[in-house]
Structures are given as C-alpha cells and as structure tokens.
Design a protein around this ligand. Structure first.
Ligand SMILES: [Zn+2]
Ligand SMILES: [Zn+2]
Length: 330
C-alpha cells in the first residue's frame, strides 16, 4: 500500500490475465469521515482478496472499514470483487446509471449477449468458423465476478463528499459506456479508471453494449478532461502520473494515426472491419496472425470504432450488402 497523497492509498491487486492484459489493477482507498471509499475492487479471486486485506492491515484498517465502493466501470478487473466486499463490510456500491444494464448480460444470463456479438461479428465480415472462436473468447470470466446491483446510481457532476475530499463524478464514455472518473478540484487529483492510462491506450470498441460512436465520445471526453486543473492522475492500471495533458495529447495523436492507417487500407476499395483489421498493425511488430482470439475480437471492434467515428465525420462511406457492412474512403 502506498500513500500517494495524504489520505489516499494506492494498492496493486493481481490480475488473472497472464500476458493477455494488464498484470495489475489499481485499487485506491480514500480516507473519509465515515470509513474508506474504495475505488475499484479488482478480480474476485482469493489472491486479490488477500492482497486487499493485507493492504488494509498496513494502514491499521480492515475490510469492514470500507464504507463505500465506487466502480469506475463494470469490467471484471474493476468490479469483480465489489459484491464480496459489500457482503463483509456492508459498504454501498456506486456506479454510473448506464453501467447497470451491462451487469446482467455480462455476468448472469450471457446467452443473448453472445448472440448479439455473433451477429455483430458476422455483419462485419467474420467467417463463421472464426466467429465462434472470437465470440467465446471471454466466456468464463464471469466466474471472477460477484455481480451485485449498485446501491447508489451516479450521474455526471454528482458529488461524493468524504469530508476531507470532495469528488466530482465525470461521466467519461468510450472504454465502457458508463465509465466514470473522479475529480477532486481542490486537491487537483483525477482518478481516471481505464479512461486515461499512462502507458497503454485503452480499448475503445463498438460492441453490443457500446454507446453510439464510442471513439468520438471518448475523444470528446478527453478534450473536456484536458481543460481540468490536474496535478496527479491515479489510473486503473500502471503507475500514478503527473503529465495528464501530455498523455491526453498522445492518446488523441495515436487515434489520429490509426485513422490514417485505416483510411489507407480503404483508399481504393471498400472493405469490412474484419478485412481491415487483418491489414493494419497491432502493437509493435505484430499483426493479426499474432493475436490471440480475445485480442482479435477487440481488434475487429476497435477497427469498427474508428470506422464509425469517421462515418459520423463524413470521412468514409458505409456500404451494406447482404447484411455485411463495408467501408470506403470518401
Ligand atoms: Zn476496463
Ligand atoms: Zn481495466
């Protein structure tokens, strides 16, 4: 446990994704007048639970001292253990209104979401054999989540008053439709969840639960957050960092480069998101064939997020033939 600011503790919780995603997830404990606010919970595993217990012991506290849990978004690494902690401590769980509808289809009754994912993959050019592999890539993750509905429903600009800290909720859609960041203007601190990470660009995808034009919404939100006076950013993965504006600029620049790469692929003829995803680069020196199925699915849906944004901006034309969508540069 590291005290990153007087009264705010940073704890790295273990991930279940070996080599397939971030190695750790950051949980933050903020000392309030009536117990601790926990921002993000980690995966629901024994390892993660013990790490949280040990971290709390280091500051002379225990799970029962957590009075509120704020979930930046309901991805399993951020929301997984929230239900379990609530059972022990009686803490209230808070999340953005939009995020609530994702819980059931993701973690309780998944059949419909799988079918929607099927249809979306096929509509974007996936051949059937590959589609099944990609669709099922995240089946099983629900075992690492104890799904419970929130007690407190948050909206943009809501205030969370802990006495020494007063956080403002910032709705920041893109990575997840109901993703939120927390801003403490007097302390110039931003808890950024997966919206802004120091080293990796968060995955922004079109998928069955995504908001319309998620990448466009994401970039608009980054530009709004860039206007805030922030000295310390506490992200959902990797290290806390100071240069928020520069990091936002880098992320926006990155997406601009990706747009150019995609436009070059559809300069001469229309292609599906699936075809484009196979032609563009994925990470340094890697292409489509190097990706595991889970990343292939993200690759198709990320490509789609770029295409949707450029369709909204009238930079590409969207064509539909026999239920399959393709795109061409204008
Ligand atoms: Zn996430
Ligand atoms: Zn995450």
């Amino acid at each position: 446990m590291t005290e990153v600011f007087t009264g705010i503790y940073w704890l790295k919780l273990p991930s279940i994704m070996d080599g397939n995603g971030p190695k750790h997830i950051n949980a933050y404990l903020v000392r309030g007048e009536k117990g601790y606010l926990l921002v993000d919970s980690g995966w629901n595993t024994e390892e993660s639970f013990i790490a949280l217990q040990k971290g709390l012991e280091e500051i002379g506290a225990a799970i029962k001292d957590i009075s509120q849990i704020l979930v930046t978004h309901v991805h399993p690494d951020h929301y997984g253990m929230a239900g379990r902690i609530k059972k022990i401590s009686g803490a209230t769980i808070a999340m953005h209104r939009i995020e609530i509808d994702s819980i059931g289809p993701r973690y309780v009754a998944m059949e419909e979401l799988l079918q929607q994912t099927d249809r979306l993959l096929v509509a974007n050019g996936l051949p059937h054999e590959e589609m099944v592999q990609l669709r099922d890539a995240t089946v099983g993750l629900e075992h690492y989540v104890s799904p419970v509905p929130p007690d407190i429903i948050l909206d943009d600009s809501d205030i969370i008053d802990l006495g020494a800290f007063t956080f403002r909720v910032i709705w920041s859609p893109g990575h997840s439709s109901g993703h939120i960041c927390l801003y403490e203007p007097a302390k110039k601190i931003l808890l950024s969840g997966d919206h802004i990470l120091p080293k990796i660009t968060p995955n922004i995808s079109v998928h069955p639960q995504s908001i319309e034009n998620p990448l466009g919404r994401y970039i608009a939100s980054l530009k709004e957050i860039r206007k805030l006076d922030v000295e310390l950013t506490l992200p959902g993965h990797d290290q806390p960092f100071k240069n928020l504006k520069q990091r936002i600029d880098e992320i926006i620049y990155h997406h601009g480069l990706r747009n150019s790469e995609i436009l070059a692929a559809i300069d001469l003829r229309a292609k599906t998101a699936y075809q484009i995803a196979q032609e563009i680069t994925w990470g340094e020196n890697s292409g489509w064939n190097d990706l595991p199925p889970f990343h292939k699915r993200m690759a198709v849906f990320e490509t789609l997020a770029h295409l949707e944004m450029m369709a909204v901006e009238s930079r590409v034309n969207k064509l539909s033939c026999k239920g399959v969508t393709s795109y061409v540069k204008k």
